[in-house]
Design a protein around this ligand. Structure first.
Ligand code: ADP
Length: 475
């Protein structure tokens, strides 16, 4: 099958979170199964050079913002074809994909991602000119939502469409006046369309118009159909229930491979305690933590937002600090959370380390060098770090929600791989931390739990198969 993955991020070119890992990991796994998968991304600054891309098609000026070209290249160090949209007026600028350097949304995000959707649809009719026409167009998150609306509204013979929600919280809402600017007909602004509480939602466009919907874990698929987890879209999601399926994300086990991880000082066999101890000591040194082999080391690698429950950990961490434990946090995000973490590190030198920023290499070393990895999310569509942790032998402590509930089995079960807690409260997390401290004092039991985690297969194979079955069912 010829499959076009449409997204705003792909690992290897542009990453701010798990979405990037998924678009690349899923695409590579499908290619390994003989399918012809291509990616379509906005041509942010530097991407054309990184992808060694050249012009394939002149697209004119579809949104009236400036000349636009379709470029063809490859994901660096792979054979995965990538289409990039070159539109300097929208993409050639300093800053992130969604936010400017001061952390504010780009004021023209409706155009930046309106163009992504528009070109996704255009590519399906320009196929004969570029020698490639997809059977399936698969859009990811709100940034890709409009592509599926265009295709449905154009009607006629068209590829089948799939829309995956990686995070329902980000609804991509804009003033209704944004719609004509992105080329959608006025009729699309309706309850049966993209209208969402008085604004236009690109996410709702995907949810309403795609032929099939998926989300990234079975539990999250259920949660988003309820008022509590549905972000105001539960009615639509419940109505589309027959077309909605939850497919767990995989992890890219070539990037996250402890035995051959270029970010680690040495290869790691996660079942060998001495190797883990060595990486733990190296991490303690790198972060300025006391080099104490006996101190239980807890880690967290995350965007710093309310969703991720960082505030819960800050309150609950008293428990582990009082017991002589250490905490290593790597993340960036909301200013107030960054501030409290900075204060916590200053108040507990040698015991708490906070590294502010996005650091791929350090994220690998935290996951390899900690004893426990904490993921206290209030909601979590899938979550990846808990799976990386299990692969590397760091025992996860997670809130039982979404994909965290689907991937971590509490040690109350004989085959348990970590700790789960139900209530989104610091007291509930503190109790889970206490349980972890008890386990830490029992090296044999600790090794057993670790082995249960490392023996689980979180690779993309099973998930890629599920997506391919879904595509095949639509042909
Ligand atoms: P989300 O997509 O909601 O941010 P996920 O757990 O699905 O959460 O994916 C997060 C991804 O981003 C993981 O690959 C994680 O390792 C990475 N990540 C998050 N914060 C950082 C950071 N500060 N430095 C490096 N990697 C990070």
């Amino acid at each position: 099958m010829r499959i076009l993955q449409v997204a705003s991020e792909a690992y290897g070119l542009c990453k701010t979170g798990g979405l990037a890992d998924v678009t690349t990991g899923l695409s590579m796994a499908m290619r390994a199964r003989g399918h012809d998968v291509h990616l379509l991304l906005p041509g942010y600054r530097g991407l054309a050079t990184a992808a060694n891309a050249s012009v394939a098609l002149d697209l004119g000026d579809p949104l009236g913002v400036g000349n636009t070209h379709l470029l063809r290249g490859r994901l660096p160090d792979t054979d995965l074809p990538v289409w990039l949209i070159e539109c300097p007026a929208l993409y050639d600028r300093e800053g992130g994909p969604y936010l400017d350097a001061s952390g504010n949304d780009w004021p023209d995000n409706h155009l930046r991602f309106g163009l992504l959707g528009r070109v996704a649809a255009l590519l399906t009719i320009a196929g004969p000119l570029v020698g490639w026409t997809p059977h399936i167009v698969h859009g990811h998150d709100w940034q890709a939502g409009l592509g599926l609306a265009h295709l449905a509204l154009w009607g006629g013979r068209r590829p089948s469409t799939v829309f995956t929600v990686h995070n329902l919280h980000f609804t991509g809402r804009f003033a209704p006046e944004a719609l004509p600017a992105v080329g959608l007909p006025p009729s699309a602004y309706s309850m049966h369309g993209v209208e969402f509480y008085g604004s236009a939602s690109f996410l709702k466009a995907g949810l309403y118009y795609a032929d099939k919907l998926t989300t990234v874990s079975p539990t999250y698929a259920k949660e988003i159909q309820t008022p509590l987890g549905g972000e105001g879209l539960h009615g639509l999601l419940a109505a589309r229930h027959p077309d909605l399926v939850g497919i767990l994300n995989g992890i890219d086990d070539s990037v996250w491979n402890p035995q051959a991880d270029p970010f680690l000082a040495q290869g790691l066999d996660p079942t060998r305690t001495e190797e883990r101890q060595h990486l733990k000591a190296t991490l303690q040194g790198e972060l300025g933590l006391e080099r104490a082999a006996e101190a239980p080391l807890f880690g967290l690698v995350s965007r710093l937002t309310w969703q991720k429950g960082i505030d819960l950990l800050l309150d609950a961490s008293r428990t582990l600090l009082a017991a002589g434990g250490q905490l290593a946090v790597l993340g960036s995000g909301d200013g107030p959370l960054e501030q409290v973490l900075t204060q916590a590190a200053a108040a507990n030198p040698g015991q708490v380390a906070f590294v502010h920023g996005y650091n791929e290499g350090l994220s690998h070393r935290v996951i390899a060098g900690t004893d426990f990895l904490v993921v206290p999310s209030r909601f979590e569509p899938c979550g990846l770090t808990q799976m990386y942790a299990m692969r590397y032998g760091s025992i996860p402590i997670v809130r039982s929600t979404g994909g965290l509930a689907d991937t971590v089995v509490d040690i109350e079960d004989a085959k348990g791989t970590g700790f789960t807690f139900v209530e989104a409260s610091s007291a509930s997390l503190a109790r889970a931390l206490e349980r972890a401290l008890v386990l830490y004092r029992q090296p044999e039991a600790m090794a057993r739990v670790r082995d249960s985690g490392t023996s689980r297969d979180f690779g993309w194979s099973a998930s890629a198969e599920r997506y391919l079955e879904l595509y095949a069912s639509m042909q």
